[in-house]
Design a protein around this ligand. Structure first.
Ligand SMILES: [Zn+2]
Ligand SMILES: [Zn+2]
Length: 315
């Protein structure tokens, strides 16, 4: 399914089989989860994709000619030598290439990936259940680590990432407060079913002060709302790659050593740590599967908030 131009529906196309270069694997895609980032690329909000482009960066695949499965995440390659790579922050590499953005991704039957950036998958998960772990899970895990030892944790936007991270947070003994679109009773019930002790609309105040909050929804207006909900020295972590503009707000909301930070991409270490942790929790992913040729439908359902958990394409 090919993106030829922003905002134009993906087109089913028969492309030549991709040729793996040195150090790359040829992969048969078993499942590819749909990420909010795919929508941002589709909408032209992330505006430097290679075009035409095959989207998709939560790929579970079988290595062609071998009896093993790998996961392909958003971080597709780095230069390994810039100041960030050397400092253990390869997620910020100046020359990073991203799967389904700079390189063709997994909305396809075949893909290639740099073997050094492929991740080993826990055997406990079927392909379509494992796929959402690869970005929704990984980036959510990185965001959760930035929340430090926060006990009362707010999650703004209860989609693919939050439904996974709520389970990890509960496993770590945290208390989860989930915020959905106002009036989304089903989403709030879903959050409670995954261990949230309170769930409400993002226009509601939580019943008590939060120690930290993670914002998964791409809505800048949630930043001052979340700041207003966290205690002194509390952290507000923005986990998305894109957000609408943050409205101006009184300094008082930031005062008291409150912190706002973003989370960018992932490191391979995040991947290894999280994929080892997931089966111990055990994280259960809730997925809605779509046929590969229904990728446009999956994207639209994600946009309108109809997906419970994660949407996954299966070729
Ligand atoms: Zn680098
Ligand atoms: Zn993603």
């Amino acid at each position: 399914m090919v993106l030829e131009e922003a905002r134009r529906p993906l087109r089913p196309a028969e492309l030549p089989d991709p040729e793996p270069g040195a150090g790359e694997l040829l992969l048969r895609v078993l499942a590819c989860a749909v990420c909010r980032t795919d929508l941002h690329i589709f909408d032209g909000e992330l505006d430097r994709p290679k075009l035409p482009l095959v989207l998709g960066h939560q790929i579970v695949a079988e290595v062609v000619g071998e009896d093993r499965r790998v996961g392909v995440p958003w971080l597709g390659s780095t230069d390994g030598e810039c100041r960030y790579c050397i400092a253990g922050l390869e997620n910020l590499c100046d020359a990073a290439q991203f799967t389904g953005y700079d390189r063709d991704g997994g909305y396809a039957e075949l893909a290639v990936a740099d073997e050094r950036f492929c991740l080993e998958l826990p055997a406990e998960y079927a392909a379509e259940e494992a796929a959402p772990l690869l970005c929704a899970g990984l980036i959510g895990y990185r965001a959760l680590r930035f929340a430090g030892d926060a006990e009362a944790l707010g999650l703004y936007g209860f989609g693919s990432s939050a439904h996974i991270i709520a389970q990890v947070a509960r496993h770590e003994g945290r208390r989860v407060f989930a915020f959905t679109r106002p009036g989304d009773d089903e989403g709030q019930a879903f959050a409670r079913s995954l261990g949230a002790e309170w769930a409400g609309g993002s226009d509601e105040a939580p019943p008590e002060e939060l120690d930290a909050a993670i914002i998964f929804a791409p809505v800048g207006a949630l930043v001052p709302i979340a700041l207003n909900a966290v205690r002194k020295a509390g952290e507000v972590v923005c986990a998305g790659i894109h957000m609408s503009d943050i409205p101006s707000f009184p300094y008082e909301l930031l005062w008291g050593e409150r912190v706002v930070r973003s989370v960018a991409n992932l490191t391979r270490r995040d991947g290894e740590e999280f994929l080892a942790l997931a089966p111990q929790v055990p994280v259960r992913t809730e997925v809605e599967t779509f046929r590969l040729e229904d990728a446009n439908e999956a994207l639209e359902q994600l946009r309108s908030g109809k997906i419970r958990g994660s949407a996954v394409l299966v070729p």
